[in-house]
Design a protein around this ligand. Structure first.
Ligand code: ADP
Ligand code: MG
Length: 230
């Protein structure tokens, strides 16, 4: 991290645009977004379908780059970083959760979480111990050997959160994490996400949602409309 930057700035976006070329049309999914995100926030990006939330999250997740403007993450300018550096940032610093949970259906809850640690050098026993600890933390110590199909939606999403935390990311990016959940499970998932930055491993959380009720869980809410923050 550069010395001139305050140590708790995670992201800095300056006049970010993302244009898609789709057939002969141009879609300006993100028009002009400037934003700073600090460590320890639970930032909610709220907006209707098509407003550009997922596009913005993909750039924050270092999966995609702006077509104009700049993004720095942990003091590193992403547009100037090599593919190798970007891949490393993505795999070591960022965890993802999705509306569809994306668990592997043929693996138990424990194995789903453990699998995320296979690319690290950790031994099998250490991976398993950490997977158990994480599942305990999300309230699923009684579901370790259950297959995803035997878990409720809320439980599956909590497994996905445990998996996303496996390699101690600094940021957790969640795209419509409650989109497939009833209100009670949504509350549990959001309470859990909210707790992540107050516990020993401080994780900054960025959530995109179209659900206004989710906004109350944020430490900050930004509204997204037609590719702009409003
Ligand atoms: N890969 C793509 N190619 C072309 N257009 C896209 C692509 N991804 C998203 N878009 C368009 O960009 C706009 C924003 O989409 P998106 O970021 O998915 O919004 P949200 O997540 O808020 O629903 C929409 O008009 C969408 O159709
Ligand atoms: Mg979306």
């Amino acid at each position: 991290m550069s010395l001139t930057e305050s140590s708790n700035t995670l992201y800095e976006l300056k006049n970010v645009e993302r244009k898609y070329n789709f057939k002969s049309n141009e879609v300006l999914a993100i028009k002009d977004v400037s934003l700073e995100i600090s460590e320890g926030e639970l930032l909610i990006l709220e907006g209707p379908s098509g407003s550009g939330k997922s596009t913005l999250l993909q750039m924050l997740g270092v999966l995609d780059l702006p077509t104009k403007g700049s993004i720095s993450f942990l003091g590193e300018s992403l547009d100037k970083a090599s593919d190798k550096v970007r891949t490393k940032l993505r795999s070591l610093k960022i965890g993802f959760i999705f509306q569809q949970f994306n668990l592997i259906p043929t693996l138990s809850a424990l194995d789903n979480v453990e699998l995320a640690m296979v690319p690290t050098k950790a031994k099998k026993s250490a991976r398993e111990a950490r997977a158990k600890e994480l599942l305990e933390r999300v309230g699923l110590s009684h579901r370790l050997n259950h297959m995803p199909s035997k878990l409720s939606g809320g439980e599956q999403q909590r497994v996905a959160i445990a998996r996303a935390l496996a390699n101690t990311p600094q940021v957790l990016i969640a795209d419509e994490p409650t989109g497939n959940l009833d209100s009670e499970s949504s509350r549990q998932v959001m309470d859990l996400l909210r707790g992540l930055m107050t516990q020993s491993e401080r994780v900054t959380v960025i959530v995109a949602t179209h659900d206004k009720d989710i906004a109350k869980y944020g430490t900050r809410t930004l509204k997204v409309k037609d590719g702009l923050l409003v």
